[in-house]
Design a binder for this molecule. Sequence first.
Ligand SMILES: Nc1ncnc2c1ncn2[C@@H]1O[C@H](COP(=O)(O)OP(=O)(O)OP(=O)(O)O)[C@@H](O)[C@H]1O
Ligand SMILES: [Mg+2]
Length: 258
Amino acid sequence: MQSVSDVAKEWIKSKGGTLLSEEELNKRLAEIDRQASEKAAADYLELKRKVYQRDSLWPSGRKAAFSFERWLPERQPDVSLATTIKKQSTDLFKRLRHEAFNVFLHGSAGVGKTAMTLAILDAFERFTNKTTMFVSAVALREAVMYDFNDNQARAKLERIQKSMLEVDVLVIDDFGSEVGMAGSVRQATERLQQFYMRVADGRYEVDENGRRTKCTIITSNNTRSELGAMYNDKLISRLVTKKPDNVILFVGLEDVRD
Ligand SMILES: Nc1ncnc2c1ncn2[C@@H]1O[C@H](COP(=O)(O)OP(=O)(O)OP(=O)(O)O)[C@@H](O)[C@H]1O
Ligand SMILES: [Mg+2]
């Protein structure tokens, strides 16, 4: 395909040249190409983001949003702990801009795990060119259990799986709730395990320098070992980090739901 500057160059030639020096002309043409590719990259990113939004699965079926600015430590009785958690989350985001790794947010109901995760996604959308996707584990379980005769549901699930494999930053929200409530731990169905295994395996890829390229953020009411009782070890090892630096414990916070 011809670049914009190639077209411009031909046109100028057909006109017998310009009054500019060769050097100045080349500089201007290079600038035209730079602007065109910058605009194209921004448009392409917007298109990709639309697709990942389409394939996201929200708990209530409606897109939710939150931001670091909206996180109010005063909502918690232990203001200083809520402030520390905010700092831990913003620090994690700063690291995630330069390297890819998994993040695990653990804590009981209503303490703000989903809100904080949405704040991280919001920061990625605003300040980086990375793509993000949000998947509610409960909604995903519904989608995976589709009726075998429903071709539309199957096609939708295939699209979701492909996007979950490819997107830069994937949130799996409320992981474990699709299997059982905390305290009543069971094994996930084979079908669900296999679905997650394909996603987890694909997302663990590394580039030519051996560095991970994708980040998966998991929120859960369950501990890592409870999740280990629901899903096989290979899956948990790829999906749920045990590295303390990459875990945010919402322990000691209160349920702030009305
Ligand atoms: N520190 C905070 N400042 C402002 N709003 C908050 C804060 N913590 C939680 N909220 C709000 O409280 C509600 C419950 O929080 P959230 O849904 O994030 O909890 P959760 O830990 O994900 O709970 P669950 O385990 O039940 O999914 C949300 O509407 C969220 O925006
Ligand atoms: Mg939640």
